[in-house]
Design a protein around this ligand. Structure first.
Ligand SMILES: Cc1cc2nc3c(=O)[nH]c(=O)nc-3n(C[C@H](O)[C@H](O)[C@H](O)COP(=O)(O)O)c2cc1C
Length: 349
């Protein structure tokens, strides 16, 4: 009897290395580079309108016949809450005054879209081989549509309970996201950040609890990290921060410089930039309001009022109000091609 295919064989990739989808930080260029290097490229869709998703997918398909992971968020859109909004604006008012900006002119808008039928319509013609979700899974009818085109479904878990829920709810493999990870925590069963564990603690506990293939994410940046999570039961790794300074990403020069500086040694979870906990380099906004201040409105409503502050500060070359997403291990953030980062990680497979 031939042995069961490994996860990466099932996904159709040479290496058990997945590029983390990073909304707002990359598009098809990074996915193409990683795919050509033998990993699984990813296209984050949370901040893209359906037309833009189609364009990015077409670019990827024209460049390579490798499989693609398309990533979406599945949060519930919050009800408008004028009281919470007023409190948020009040907290930000001194900063608006400092820049001479009008807080009443803040545009309305969510900033990040949950996965819906419109997004599904845009993806379906391309039949992405892998679809991954952050913040749980979409409604059953949407999940069925994705599975009907043959996609392998991945989803992030940040606790043992979330991994068990994903296994019971139809995920094909689980991304185990440790607390070191950059960007948004995928947490969806609890809002209590005391439930969140580092990769070293979480991964073996999830390995004991469920039978699905596991992908370790959070703090993996080099060959030793890959070997370590493989030893703890991971079938593959997902790497984000270590790829952020590659020329194929779309982050600002300011973000790039911060990642390669002493500042990157200071990261924290913050709700201020979106409404949900996410890890980034500590900024003035985080220091002055407190990174987890209760005054931030529900995800994703915090983003709109931060945008004018961010733009005004960035115009003076300051990242004081910018979400400088980064994980705890930025040691490999360098301006080298993504293929080089993948080649280094592959030494630990
Ligand atoms: C800039 C940035 C943006 C991210 N955006 C997403 C996203 O859109 N969807 C998602 O599932 N995960 C997102 N993540 C989290 C990654 O999938 C992954 O969990 C994380 O990068 C792994 O930890 P590491 O950053 O230490 O490698 C993002 C991470 C970063 C650093």
């Amino acid at each position: 009897m031939s042995p069961l295919p490994t996860l990466h064989q099932r996904l159709g990739i040479a290496l058990p290395i997945l590029q983390a989808p990073m909304a707002g930080a990359q598009g098809s260029a990074l996915a193409i580079a990683v795919a050509r290097a033998g990993g699984l490229g990813a296209l984050p869709c949370a901040m893209l309108a359906p037309e833009a998703m189609g364009e990015e997918l077409a670019t990827f398909r024209a460049a390579t016949s490798a499989p693609l992971n398309v990533n979406a968020f599945c949060h519930a859109s919050p009800e408008p809450d004028p009281v919470a909004q007023a409190r948020w604006h009040e907290a930000l008012a001194p900063f608006f005054a400092e820049f001479g900006l009008d807080i009443d002119a803040v545009p309305q808008g969510a900033g990040r879209r949950p996965f819906d039928h419109q997004a599904c319509d845009a993806l379906e013609p391309f039949r992405p081989e892998v679809v991954s979700f952050h913040f749980g899974l979409p409604e059953a009818d949407l999940l069925e549509r994705v599975k009907a085109w043959g996609a392998t479904v991945l989803a992030s878990a940040t606790t043992v309970a979330e991994a068990e829920w994903l296994e019971a709810s139809g995920a094909d493999a689980v991304i185990v996201q440790g607390l070191e990870a950059g960007g948004h925590r995928g947490m969806f069963l609890s809002e209590d950040v005391t439930t969140q564990m580092g990769t070293l603690a979480l991964l073996p506990q999830v390995r004991e609890a469920i039978d699905l293939p596991l992908i370790a994410a959070g703090g993996v940046a080099d060959a030793r990290g890959v070997a370590a999570v493989r030893a703890l039961g991971a079938d593959a790794v997902q790497v984000g921060t270590a790829l952020l300074c590659c020329p194929e990403t779309t982050i600002s020069g300011l973000h790039r410089r911060a990642l390669q500086s002493e500042a990157a040694r200071h990261t924290a979870l913050t709700t201020l930039y979106s409404g949900r906990p996410a890890r980034g380099i500590v900024t003035r906004l985080m220091r002055e309001l407190g990174p987890m201040a209760a005054v931030a409105p529900a995800f994703p409503l915090a983003t709109a009022a931060i945008a004018p502050l961010r733009a005004a500060a960035e115009a003076t070359n300051s990242g004081d109000f910018s979400p400088l997403w980064a994980g705890q291990n930025a040691s490999r953030c360098r301006p080298v091609p993504a293929a080089d980062v993948i080649a280094e990680l592959a030494l630990g497979v």
